[in-house]
Ligand binder design. Structure first.
Ligand code: ADP
Ligand code: MG
Length: 219
């Protein structure tokens, strides 16, 4: 694989985001079940609603830049999902769009930068830390793993794989935590034993990106 081939264009990101929308659709009930155990049980439907907007509008874009793709995704979360989690996912993808602004293709290093920027804004706006049992428990390790993987010789695929693995482990680590942010904090001890819904969505999205990219780069 040459480095030039590894660079990701807007249509590549369009393809990865559509794969993420499919992954969320396939897990709507599971995400809502996780949220119902500690919150109001709407997380699966919330994320799927934002993704439905994303799918509709992404399919209309012809030859977008990477930033164009993430502007659409951010808008879906900000305008269609609502609530605390909608604003946080919206900020995440808006930060990615801002980070990719002006680039026709993204490199492994730009990908690590973008996810770090997104993670930073989510922790700041959500006022949450790893250990609070939120999406941050998947995002922070994903951003760190992406940064560590993005050496000069790294491919975007290696960075995506590292982020996906760390996000999944981070989401799984929330099972034993007690929630202290969002609606789930009212569940207190009841939240122990249940994986956080938002962290699970982050893991599903990053795993879908990694899997779709593997298919893309072997085609
Ligand atoms: P709502 O809580 O408004 O019903 P959702 O059910 O869609 O929204 O999303 C719940 C998810 O949002 C949680 O599982 C958690 O990951 C995330 N979340 C909630 N509050 C925060 C916060 N302050 N910081 C980070 N993530 C949060
Ligand atoms: Mg909810």
């Amino acid at each position: 694989m040459t480095i030039a081939f590894d660079r990701m264009s807007g249509p590549d990101w369009q393809h990865l985001m559509l794969a993420a929308a499919d992954a969320i659709d396939a897990n709507v009930d599971e995400l809502s079940r996780l949220d119902a155990a500690v919150g109001d049980g709407d997380h699966g439907v919330n994320v799927a609603t934002a993704m439905a907007y994303t799918r509709r509008h992404l399919e209309e874009l012809s030859d977008p830049t990477p930033a164009d793709v993430f502007k659409v995704v951010a808008k879906g979360f900000l305008d269609e999902m609502g609530g605390a989690a909608g604003a946080l996912f919206g900020s995440l993808f808006k930060a990615v769009a801002r980070s990719f602004q002006g680039a026709l293709v993204t490199t492994a290093g730009q990908l690590a930068d973008a996810i770090e920027a997104g993670c930073e804004i989510v922790t700041r706006r959500g006022n949450s830390q790893p250990g609070d049992k939120t999406m941050v428990d998947a995002l922070v390790p994903a951003a760190s793993a992406g940064r560590a993987a993005a050496t000069d010789e790294a491919t975007s695929g290696e960075v995506l794989d590292a982020m996906a693995l760390a996000a999944r482990q981070g989401a799984e680590s929330t099972v034993d935590m007690t929630a202290s942010r969002g609606r789930a904090r009212y569940a207190e001890e009841r939240s122990i034993g249940v994986q956080d819904a938002g962290a699970t969505s982050v893991a599903l999205i990053l795993e879908a990106w990694a899997a779709a990219n593997t298919v893309r780069s072997t085609e």
